[in-house]
Design a protein around this ligand. Sequence first.
Ligand code: ZN
Length: 136
Amino acid sequence: MEYRLIFKDYSKALKQNRLLGLKCNDCGTVTCPPMMVCRECTGTNHEIFQLSGTGKIVTFTTSYIAPEGRENEVPYTIVLVELDEGPWIMGNLVDMDNRNVTMDVMGERVRLSSRVYPGDKYSAGDAARPGFSFVK
Ligand SMILES: [Zn+2]
């Protein structure tokens, strides 16, 4: 079994603010982030699919404690987003002061606004993470 979409290519697309997943040819389900098998039917008959990058915030958490080497990023907010195509993914809430995030963000429409973060001693260099900003 081979990976249809490897992390390196997923990450490369994220750096270009494009969100890639896999669309199942058997049941039509979209899987994101990409996995070896369809998240619905566990089949492997799928193709690379570009998602819209839009969805709504399901829940969130704001962290004031940084992992080692990322002290300059706090506070930051991680959101769980239900994408319009169905998958739920996590990302950083960007383009706002995270000290002001309240429960009111739940259910808000967001769109992909990925960010590239510098590598640290635990990573292999710069990496893109899904970021989300509010749809205005
Ligand atoms: Zn499927």
